[in-house]
Design a protein. Structure first.
Length: 117
């Protein structure tokens, strides 16, 4: 069965972003071995689930010119469709129901939950 995983960078004091939501500090602390670990992990997933705030940050700040999760199925939690991207499926399903739906639709690799609350 496809596992649901949370793979996240977090400071020792439990934060995943600066007070303003920035994750720029990740570039300062990333090492080659951490990048290798991330690449290994990334190969184990084929689906990503994120909230609208994370999606907005990705398309506006982190990777505005190219969809970062190209080739992965992507679900974004949103009350409205706040952007257009052929790689994104907007949803407001209860997380448990969404995951059950994804698992029923097809066999595949693991499912990654990205971002914060």
């Amino acid at each position: 069965m496809r596992k649901v995983v949370l793979y996240i960078a977090m400071s020792l004091d439990g934060y995943i972003a600066e007070e303003d939501g920035s994750v720029a500090f990740l570039d300062e602390v990333a090492s080659d071995s951490q990048q290798e670990d991330y690449n290994t992990f990334y190969d184990t997933i084929d689906t990503v689930i994120m909230g609208n705030s994370t999606y907005t940050q990705i398309i506006n700040e982190l990777s505005p010119n190219e969809w970062f999760y190209k080739g992965k199925e992507c679900y974004v939690y949103s009350k409205t469709t706040s952007g257009v991207n052929e790689n994104v499926k907007y949803t407001n399903l209860e997380p448990k129901k969404l995951i059950e739906q994804i698992r029923v639709e097809k066999n595949g690799k693991d499912i990654w939950i990205i971002g914060g609350s």
